[in-house]
Design a protein around this ligand. Sequence first.
Ligand code: B16
Ligand code: MG
Length: 214
Amino acid sequence: MKGVIFDLDGVLVSTDELHYQAWKQLADELGIVNFTKEDNEKQRGVSRMESLEIVLSKGNTVYSEKEKEMLAEKKNNYYKELLQELTDSAVLSGVKETLKFLKEKGILIGVGSVSKNTPVILEKTGLLEWIDQVSCGLDITKSKPDPEVFLVAAQKLELPCSECLVVEDSAAGITAAKAAGMKSLGVGPFYQELGATYAARGLNDVHNWDELLA
Ligand code: B16
Ligand code: MG
């Protein structure tokens, strides 16, 4: 492998709780009282509009496409407000050590996230300095499980897909990596169920980088 492409939310940073708080605020305003953390788990790695559908499916009101766009924007404004408080304490355990290790090995580092808030998250957490190329929601038209976000990352890194390893915490992301022809490392609470090439609870739990990069 010559490059590693990291998903952002749930792999490099812990923004899941902030997404949840913002969706919960919107749900409360819409009178949807039964939006739970379990529903929020289904939003992992899923696009903003698909995440909105998960929230709305818990209520009974039918909204027009225009109304849905306004609701998604409303949620994003709540989320952006929460992101203002983001610091490097949101960086997940083992991330900095891993990035340092890969840099020293001469491995190129990419980010592949469907989040349109990727630039601000990388900047606020201080991770930007470690990243060679960013492919995010602002570069793509199709969300995971479509491979587009990883194909763009490989293109920006100027690497063939076979030389890139994807690190992901969502099933949609692992499917996207496979569709891009890339090997994957699954991490996070569902690491054993993602169907990735390799699996580890978190980046602090990976002790076989030599095997992964072979
Ligand atoms: P935004 P990832 C994904 O990021 C999140 O996991 C998902 O919950 C969110 O809906 C999506 O980004 C879109 O994010 O609303 O900020 O554009 O896991 O691909 O890094
Ligand atoms: Mg993720």
